[in-house]
Design a protein around this ligand. Structure first.
Ligand code: FES
Ligand SMILES: [Fe+2]
Length: 314
């Protein structure tokens, strides 16, 4: 699967990786994540010895041991132990290639670009409006390419059709007016009613989305590509004051609201061909597709070269 390259990409919720190694498929590749001290390590979920899934192994003192014959890997991917060959020198090619990971804002961000010095990499994209807010979170899996999922949540004009009985209820006027403006690293799209800006969607490249319904009502989502036909969507609902039990309540609210609304999108979004919108230049777009046009323009502007994930060996 093609990956966005040259950018930090939130790909997994930090809370998913605890004391055990965890397997997640992202960008069409099965990856293992584990914690080593302050760091999180990301590598292909395949032991260089005989191909067993490393996510079945154990972590001790930050070192991951394969469950099959106990080969040990440190946080930089180096093989540091072959217990069944105790006296032998460890060959260099037993090391694991790794992807750079940082943990921030409750996500694990993968660096998908060429090998660049840390200081030369762009900063993590962030929605300024969410500074200092608390959130409830839930995950849903969409049966579609991540670019189609992102376009769907930036598209106001499908609401009265796909969400007739939920968030599109009562929208008898199907005419949709949208205003789009550029922001650093993305765009904002406003739904217009009687000449006034109402709801606002802010999208930041490569996969961060924020819906502002009012000052007190904000929802965000991160679209983490699993493969060409599946996307993990980390949805959040925000609140101001961290009252007791609020997190639990908001996790549940987020799950329920996203499940009820998003499941209406799934069959439609999953039916769009081609899956990757970067191959959809033939589509006939309308003025009400302004956010979609802005999203496609971003792909071109960022020069996404469609490279595969590039792991590095240390
Ligand atoms: S397959 Fe991992 S140690 Fe043998
Ligand atoms: Fe929708």
């Amino acid at each position: 699967m093609n990956a966005v390259t040259g950018y930090w990409c939130p790909a997994v919720a930090a809370s998913e990786v605890g004391s055990r190694p965890v397997a997640r498929t992202r960008f069409g590749q099965r990856l293992v994540f584990w914690r080593s001290g302050e760091r999180v390590v990301c590598a292909p979920d395949r032991c260089p010895h005989r191909g067993a899934a490393l996510s079945l192994g154990r972590v001790k003192d930050g070192v991951l041991a394969c469950r099959f014959h106990g080969l040990e890997f440190s946080a930089d991917g180096r093989c540091v132990g072959i217990p069944v060959e105790q006296d032998a020198r460890i060959p260099d090619d037993f090391s694991l290639p790794t992807l750079p990971v940082v943990e921030a804002d409750g996500y694990l961000w993968l660096w998908l670009g060429p090998e660049t010095a840390l200081e030369a990499r762009p900063p993590l994209p962030r929605h300024a409006a969410l500074e200092g807010l608390h959130w409830g979170q839930s995950t849903t899996i969409w049966p579609a390419h991540y670019t189609r999922c992102i376009e769907n949540v930036c598209d106001f004009s499908h609401l009265p059709f796909v969400h007739r009985t939920t968030i599109g209820m009562g929208k008898r006027d199907t005419a949709t007016r949208v205003e789009v403006e550029d922001v650093t690293g993305g765009f904002r799209a406003y739904l217009m009613r009687d000449g006034e800006r109402t709801q606002c969607v802010e999208f930041l490249y490569p996969n961060l989305w924020l819906l502002t319904i009012s000052e007190r009502m904000r929802m965000s989502a991160v679209f983490a590509p699993i493969d060409d036909d599946h996307t993990a969507v980390y949805g959040r609902t925000y609140y101001q004051r961290p009252l007791p039990g609020m997190k639990f309540l908001m996790n549940g609210y987020t799950w329920l609201s996203q499940y009820l609304v998003f499941r209406e999108d799934w069959p439609i979004v999953g039916s769009q061909t081609p899956g990757d919108v970067r191959q959809a230049q033939h589509e006939k777009l309308l003025p009400s597709d302004a956010p979609v046009i802005a999203y496609r323009k971003l792909h071109r502007a960022y020069g996404n070269n469609g490279a595969e994930l590039s792991f590095s060996r240390r």
